[in-house]
Write a protein that binds this ligand. Sequence first.
Ligand SMILES: [Fe+2]
Length: 746
Amino acid sequence: MQVKTLGAYADKISVEPGDTIAIRVNCDEGGPDQFGATIVRLLSGDNQPAGPGYRDETVDLAANGRYPARHQRIFPGSHGIAPHHAAFETLESFTVQILFWPTTPERPWKSIVSKFDESTEHGWGLFTNGDGHACFFIGDGNDHTTARVAAPEPLIARQWYLLAGSYDADTKELRIVQRMIQPHATLPERCEATADGSTVASPHNHTAAFMAGAYNHRDNITPWFPGGHVNGKLERPVVSHGLLGDDEVMALTTGPMPEGLKDRVVIAWDFSIDISTDRLADISGNGIDGEAVNLPMRAKTGHNWDTTQHRWTDAPEQWGALYVVEDAIYDCGWETDIEATLPADVRSGLYAAKLEREGSVAEFVPFVVRPRKGETTAPLCVVMPDASYLAYANIDETFDPGYDFQFNRVARMGPDDLYQNDHPEIGMSMYGLHADGSGPHYSSRLRPVVNFSPTHNSLWQLSADMHLIAWLEHEDIAYDMITDEDIDREGVDLLKQWPCVMTMSHPEYTSTRMLDAYEAFTGQGGRLMYMGGNGFYWRVAYNPDKPGVIEMRRAEDGSRSWIAEPGEYYMSFTGEMGGLWWHAGRAPNKLVGNGFIAQGFDWSSPYRITKQGRDPRAAWMFEGIDGDLVGDTGLLGGGAAGWELDCANPERGTPPHALVVASSFDHSDTVLLVNEEIGHMHPRIHGSINPQIRADMMFFETAQGGAVFATGSITYVSALPCNNFQNTIAVLTSNVIRRFCDPAPF
Ligand SMILES: [Fe+2]
């Protein structure tokens, strides 16, 4: 099998003509010492035997050429950090405390909170000791002289503990006190232990960073990096002068600093402050704010969440936990290898940096060139669904043991899958799980994303959307392109420049500003072509201060790979309720007429034109098509209605005047009703027996002469290239584009 030996990402996903894009590349060690880079316009992607094949067009640029191959590392793991501060230099006897909710307490030598340099073993901290116990550890940096004391009772996963480690500089005694926040009948609520540290000189007098959830590492390649990441929730780390008693330690766990202890506290981070940001607020008065690195999950319930409140913005003091995991990554922070300035006259569309290295398949870093602000170059605008691409970024379905059952065929592995297997540090998708089983709340594009590629071997998202691009290019249909990110930033003012806006095959993840923009657009005469299935389904949030990342909570209901914890349905970036748009009162049916009903991945079906499809309001779209069937061929499953299906449902908000112009039929028994549509479980959930399981193709007019066309199927666009682009779906889509780009009002 072919392999891939390079990974890359760009600083931007959407650029204007004349803009510069920076490409960052890691070449695996041991291969050729150069790679080639070419900026290309992507014309077609699917290289599989029946597919239209990969095609591109080189953009003539000075940046195209050879570049030296170099290795760039990724340091995953979320944590909090503050650099060394003079206030730590006055410490002698001291107490370090933290609230800890472990998820993998058995992992050896992970830092719960510490100021510790691993290479010299200088410093102090609370760690997990490898036997499942919490441990207070000191080292003087002198020939690895250390001392430690472990709490006698083991840590139990998913229980809140208050840990306090203290060091008596006079007697050299170490002490750890461990208390359970919620007592359980036969478990000791409190335990403590002491140890002699007299062989160790002062653990102070070093400049290691203070960190929650990690500690200072170095090796012969990198002089400093965070390592030893713990998994679980951390709350209110505090370091104080002197030896604190139980009541004093407890008094420091919530609220402002108690008057009597104020002068003794060196640092006290309150994670319930500035939850939407990376700031870790120090409330000690010393101003030692920290920074949250690699997006630890915030707006997570704290030890004091009393279940009477569910929205963190109403009582932030109950959401003081910082959830850290060893495999989170936000921004790899690599050096730039290629800076490409696009020509001032480059056409809007889909582009990529194509990176080629001998012995490796090509690596692609796709991006959109949008028209200059305030300009359009075509009546049709295609939206690249980068929010959905992010949610699926690095999905590891090939290695999922459930794949064969869900897809009713064996998984097929490609070079991207092998690269991901060899490079787990590039992080997972929102369909994966963190190392401790928790659901990823954030996903970033500032890292290599193996399936953000026009030639990815599994045809899903971008690789499947290339069928739409290939058809538009083959038919010479003029189009502009923008991204979800652009719509999130600029709203309806961006969309309303075009008469007709078109989605791609699977725009599943939508922010509030995006949905507002689409609703306003169709409400003021805009024409929307929804070319996919399971669209406008989950609510996500972009972060105005952090580029390239979305947040999502798989709250309460929906077809989901993990389930949000109670009390954690509201997003940290915006305070908005996460979950299904349906449950937020804005089901996709309201925008596009249909909404998610079923999924299954063995074969795709045709649509049959309905009586409503012959209504003069809609009949024009089927001109040139003989008979009642459309979409009986397709590159994904052999039909245009498959993978994920949407149907009309007036209860969810399908407009009463909407026409179901065609409906799919003949779905297999692996096409199953989605669980959110099932009240009590029943056996009629299969495609062959449940009449709800169908894609409804919709048409309806909107205010001021606008209109909506909705396909309700992910595989629809993959029917477009069939039979050398001559097929019923191509005829239908051409008819709709022509009419939707015509300014005559509906
Ligand atoms: Fe989906």
